[in-house]
Design a protein. Structure first.
Length: 80
């Protein structure tokens, strides 16, 4: 399990987490999001950079990803 970023915002109305990446990420990767009350895994099926769908994002990018559960600011994101 590798730490790849941190949630800095969550948009509950559309179920999207905004994440600052510290490592590369691509569609199909399995991620785990952990926090005080958050702990789940999911396959990455949707990712956007600046409101455009992308297949791959690199270290330093800010991405929006569709999440299956509620997440919170400062939750940690890992790639499995």
């Amino acid at each position: 399990m590798k730490h790849i970023g941190e949630v800095f915002s969550y948009y509950s109305n559309i179920g999207v987490a905004a994440i600052k990446l510290s490592s590369d990420l691509k569609i199909g990767d399995v991620i785990k999001i952990e926090g005080h009350t958050t702990n789940f895994e999911q396959e990455l099926t949707s990712m956007q950079v600046e409101h455009k769908n992308v297949e791959h994002a690199k270290k330093g990018d800010t991405v929006g990803i569709k999440v299956n559960e509620l997440v919170r600011k400062h939750d940690k994101v890992f790639k499995l």
